[in-house]
Design a binder for this molecule. Sequence first.
Ligand code: URP
Ligand code: ZN
Ligand code: ZN
Length: 518
Amino acid sequence: MSLLIKNGTIVNDDAMFKSDVLVHDGKIVEIAPSIDPTPGLEVVDATDRFVIPGGIDPHTHMQLPFMGEVAKDDFHRGTEAAVAGGTTMIIDFVIPTKGESLLVAYDRWRGWADPKVVCDYGLSMAITSWGQEIAKEMEMVTKADYGINSFKFFLAYAGVFMVRDEEFYQGMLQCAKLRALARVHAENGAVIAERCEHLLSSGITGPEGHTQSRPEELEAEATFRACTMASQANCPLYVVHVMSKGAAAAIAHHRKKGAVVFGEPIAAGLATDGSHYYNEDWLHAARYIMSPPLSRDPSTPNALMKLLAAGELHLTATDNCTFDCHQKSLGKDDFTKIPNGVNGVEDRMSVVWDKGVHAGIIDPMKFVAVTSTMAAKIFNCYPRKGRIAVGSDADIVVWNANATRTISKDTHHHAIDFNIFEGMQVHGVPETTICRGRIVWADGQLRTVQGAGRFVPLPPDSQIVFSAVDNRGKALEPVKVERAPYVATTLEAPDANANIVVKTRSAVPPGGISSIQF
Ligand code: URP
Ligand code: ZN
Ligand code: ZN
């Protein structure tokens, strides 16, 4: 099957230029100023439109069993929502239950996803318990047959997914050995558990308790700690859902010291804030419950966008994990029972365009970088994904920067009965979405085929993640001081009844001690 996209402006992360794009058998086969259509070729007119790489959402939870419920967007509805919004690949998380084999959990996720996805997908894997068996299985799933190149550690959700610091540290040592990226949900789970108890016993049972149980400094503290521990393990780190200025500052602090750490704000955190938790309508407030919570500082969304512009945060995701009104209402008497998670996979591209490019904070190339190219590089599928280039997969979006749309539950493709961006008018509309050469979204209609998406194995040792690590490691090697055997020296004491023992000290070894401080 062949397609010709004519008269558009191609946007990659590093350049924009007018060109036609010819697609054949799922790949981009030619890019040239003018390509003549041949008979039978389907032509997509992109006049006055941008032609961009399809979005990659590196953080979703389709049909996740969580807090006694199952997320409503499954791999079918969730990927349909994705392509309707201009996203052509997701990276979802396999999350084993505590003590469960990684391989068993992996097979379950593949069994859910493979028959349902309408676009390509990859997998990341959570480590929810620790031991030698898990370490061994981590090694197995990083092989090509499984295609996992990142592992996520939760520092929150005590008793469910949370790991202890020593487990996190050992897990990161294993990640570094396997050249796999460590990802972290950074919150102080122990303090949150205590605060929840205290708030509930003080009679605060509504959604406002959720945000009060998780003050921003608990995210900032855990982010700083995670970065510090990653540095000690010499393991690159990816902080998922950066929701606050404090967490972003912790990442920037470690970046400035040379650490390899990536920060991911999400659509929800870039476009809305935590004032919703104080809404007098219980259900309205409950719809926004996610962790870490949306920031109560109304200037945070704009600040996070500016940090993307400045390169202090690196790419965008959604953490799409949707529960409907009925599911949210299960926590009506206790905010800790409201299933955590919000929508985003359909609206991320428009929200980032509107709040970023339309607002004058980022340019279209940076938009492409933070919505697809960085994800493709970090998760090691670049330039197959995340670039408009000959040889790349034909995951392409024809983007109309001048069009607007109003986000609504009445028109979205999610499986839930509300949308956290309800009523928001956004500039930037995906008019045509193409997944590996097939048009899956055009003229406001889905043209998807369930199961047509493919699993994309993600190999370890991504260049952008691991290239600096070996040289950093040299500076972390243990230093041994070569000394003459220790001899205790006894001095004559001024007081005849007391002895003073002076220990000898060795000099710094000839090579010196590294001056690099981590
Ligand atoms: O509230 C959230 N974020 N739900 C999904 C699970 C997670 O923490 O990523
Ligand atoms: Zn999380
Ligand atoms: Zn998540």
